[in-house]
Structures are given as structure tokens and as C-alpha cells.
Design a protein around this ligand. Structure first.
Ligand SMILES: CC(C)(COP(=O)(O)OP(=O)(O)OC[C@H]1O[C@@H](n2cnc3c(N)ncnc32)[C@H](O)[C@@H]1OP(=O)(O)O)[C@@H](O)C(=O)NCCC(=O)NCCS
Length: 351
């Protein structure tokens, strides 16, 4: 028994934010952003109306329809996001409600693996399908970054990179030989957890795991709150990234984890028909493409239009490529991601 992608879809909000638009809020230029990241524009969802769950729902509806099933057929939901609607509960149950799934013989799991969330979700779904536990798994990656960014000069290195959007797939069992997910490889290394992170709000309550880098002492009460006025005053509720470390680590881990997957199934990079990298930074993807010796027509890049949409980036890119006819029956598709944690992973899929 293997796991196949039976339906795929994506949703992008209408509002286009060009690099030039960001120059109204922060000291940056179109040229700087394009040179370092390749990004020309990104989408922002409609503030106070759309959320990660609503965008995920829109993508999921398309994937479900293309799989030829109805929402009630879904027996498990996996939702990957770092920008959930609520601190808790997770977006999985919100998606269930938005889809009108009223049956309770269904599980909903939220995963927080940031940029590699989709690959991790795919691996989890693959194990559930192979074990025979579920037959129609809905895997969604969705992000509404625009509500969690720092639009001042201080946040510019992070803010210019990220955009909003959602992608979804329906996963089903198949007995067709050599079809579906051939392998997934997952990795993590917590050494640099804080180098690409949003530290607050959190149960550290202001202390930062002893380093006090982001923290402050508040010893007079037995408990505390996840969000304090001081965190707001000191602009601590924004993502933090040591860009060069992320870049240098990503360009090593991407090729490593792709080669690991290929070796484990006895294939080489020449066998790849389409490479869909997590859209972290066009310069990272171009570097990986060169190292893997892949021609342009075998690589999907859409970060120029959408920025980095974290857990949503791979399903959006794969869905767009599928719509453009770039994914054909029998093709070997290679997915790879690297991001916060650090966590990274790859997947090989025979379409
Ligand atoms: C973020 C990133 C684009 C920054 O590029 P960089 O070459 O490393 O730039 P640095 O952080 O060294 O900053 C260089 C200068 O540009 C400035 N700068 C940062 N952001 C800027 C912006 N948006 N506009 C203009 N200048 C900016 C810095 O302040 C710094 O100025 P200084 O030299 O006067 O101090 C790059 O490190 C990167 O892409 N890293 C990987 C990020 C990534 O992929 N994240 C997602 C992972 S899933």
C-alpha cells in the first residue's frame, strides 16, 4: 500500500503588495529585496476577515473537489501553520467546522514545523495511510504572516520575505505499483532554535530559557501571562531571524536531504522530473538547483510572486505547477524544505 496525492489546490489572497509598497513603512528598496531574495511581490490576506483557517479552507475545498470526494469523506485532518487563528485550539478543528464536517469520526492534528510543516505532514499522513488507519487525509499548509510582522525598520529583514496563502492535498491509499510517496526523510536540530523564531508569547513569560536575551525578570508572582505589556512596549512580539546562519545552513541541508532520499530509493538527481523546493529565498533555491545540476524546466520557483509562505509554500507551488501541466502521470516529484527549528526534510513522489 502506498500513499498518493488524489487532489491538490491552493488559495492566494487578492491583495498584491509590491516591494515598492513596503518602502512606505520601512527603510528598504525594491532593488535590495530582489537582489537578496528574488521576491518582487507577495499577497496579504484581508485583515480582520481572512485567517489561516479560512484560507486553508478555500484551498482544501479545491483539493477535495479535485479528488472527487466530499468533505464528509475526510477521516483525518493535518494542519500545518506557524500563524494560527488562535493560540489554541489549533486550526485543524476550525478547518473541520469551516468545511461543514459534522461527523466526529475524524481526527484533527495541528503541526508546528514551520517551513518544513508540509513535508512533515506528508510523512505523518503516509504512515497513517500505509498502516490502513485512514483512507482520506486532508493535509493543509496555510499562513497569514501579514498579521504578525514588524513593519518598522527594525523588522525589515524579516518582513520583506514573507507572504500569505494556503495549499492543500487529499491523500489516499493506492495499490498501483511504484505510485505515490516513495519516501520521506525528516530531520531536526534544536541547537539554533532561537535563530529563526518568534519567542513571545510563550510560557517563558519573559524569561528566555536563561539567556535573558529576550527576557526580563518578573519574580514577584507565582505565575504570569504569555503576553505582557512590556513585550508589547519592547516590540518582542515579532519574528526574529539570523538571516546569514539560516542561509548558510539551508544551502547545505537542502542538497543533503534530497540526496538522502534519492539514495534510499536507488535513484539519482537525473531521475527527478520536477523539483519543488520550499520557497524560502530564490537565491537558496538557485544555489540548490546548481548543486543538484537540475535544468530550469525541472525547478518550480514562484517566490517572486508570493514571497515565502512557510508551510503553504510547497503545496502552493506544487498546485500551481499541476495546474500549468508541469506534473504528469509517472513523473518523479522531489519536495524539500528547511526552516525554523531547525527542521528540514524531503519527499519523493511518483505521480
Ligand atoms: C535575510 C537576508 C535576505 C538578509 O540578507 P543578508 O545579505 O544576510 O543581509 P544582512 O542581514 O547581513 O544585512 C545586510 C545589510 O542590509 C540591511 N537590511 C536588512 N534588511 C533590509 C531591507 N529589507 N532593506 C534594506 N536593507 C536591509 C541590514 O540592516 C544590513 O545593513 P548594515 O550592513 O548597514 O548593517 C538573508 O540573510 C537571507 O535570505 N537569509 C535566509 C532567510 C530565509 O530564507 N529565511 C526563511 C527560511 S525558511
Amino acid at each position: 500500500m502506498q500513499t498518493k496525492i488524489a487532489g491538490i489546490g491552493h488559495y492566494l489572497p487578492n491583495r498584491i503588495i509590491k516591494n515598492q509598497d513596503l518602502t512606505s513603512y520601512m527603510d528598504t528598496t525594491h532593488e535590495w529585496i530582489v537582489e537578496r531574495t528574488g521576491i518582487e511581490e507577495r499577497r496579504y490576506a484581508e485583515k480582520h476577515k481572512e485567517t489561516s483557517a479560512t484560507m486553508g479552507t478555500a484551498a482544501a475545498k479545491i483539493a477535495i473537489e479535485r479528488a472527487g470526494i466530499s468533505p464528509e469523506d475526510i477521516d483525518f485532518i493535518i494542519f500545518a501553520t506557524l500563524s494560527p487563528d488562535y493560540y489554541f485550539p489549533g486550526c485543524g478543528v476550525l478547518l473541520q467546522r469551516e468545511l461543514g464536517i459534522t461527523k466526529t469520526e475524524i481526527g484533527a492534528l495541528d503541526i508546528r514545523n514551520q517551513c518544513s510543516g508540509f513535508v512533515y505532514g506528508l510523512s505523518i499522513a503516509d504512515q497513517f495511510i500505509k498502516s490502513g488507519m485512514y483512507k482520506n487525509i486532508l493535509l493543509v499548509g496555510a499562513e497569514m504572516h501579514s498579521m504578525g510582522l514588524d513593519f518598522s525598520d527594525e523588522g525589515r529583514a524579516v518582513t520583506v520575505i514573507f507572504g500569505d496563502g494556503a495549499g492543500a492535498v487529499v491523500l489516499q491509499p493506492t495499490e498501483e505499483k511504484d505510485k505515490g510517496i516513495l519516501i520521506t526523510c525528516l530531520h531536526s536540530d534544536g541547537t539554533h532554535a532561537e535563530e529563526l523564531a518568534m519567542i513571545s508569547p510563550g510560557s517563558h513569560g519573559g524569561y528566555h530559557l536563561g539567556t535573558e536575551k529576550f527576557g526580563f525578570p518578573d519574580p514577584d508572582i507565582p505565575g504570569g501571562v504569555f503576553v505582557t505589556k512590556k513585550m508589547m512596549d519592547e516590540n518582542m512580539l515579532a519574528p526574529n531571524m539570523t538571516g546569514q546562519l539560516v542561509f548558510k545552513t539551508a544551502v547545505v541541508k537542502f542538497p543533503e536531504v534530497i540526496r538522502e532520499a534519492l539514495t534510499k530509493v536507488g535513484l539519482t538527481s537525473d531521475d527527478i522530473d520536477l523539483f519543488v523546493p520550499h520557497q524560502a529565498n530564490l537565491r537558496i533555491s538557485q544555489f540548490v538547483q546548481r548543486v543538484m545540476k537540475l535544468p530550469d524546466e525541472k525547478v518550480v520557483n514562484n517566490i517572486q510572486k508570493y514571497g515565502n509562505t512557510t508551510a503553504a509554500s510547497i503545496p502552493i507551488a506544487l498546485s500551481e505547477a499541476w495546474e500549468q501541466g508541469r506534473v504528469q502521470d509517472g513523473d518523479l516529484i522531489c519536495l524539500a524544505a528547511f526552516g525554523s527549528g531547525f527542521t528540514w526534510g524531503s519527499a519523493l513522489i511518483r505521480w
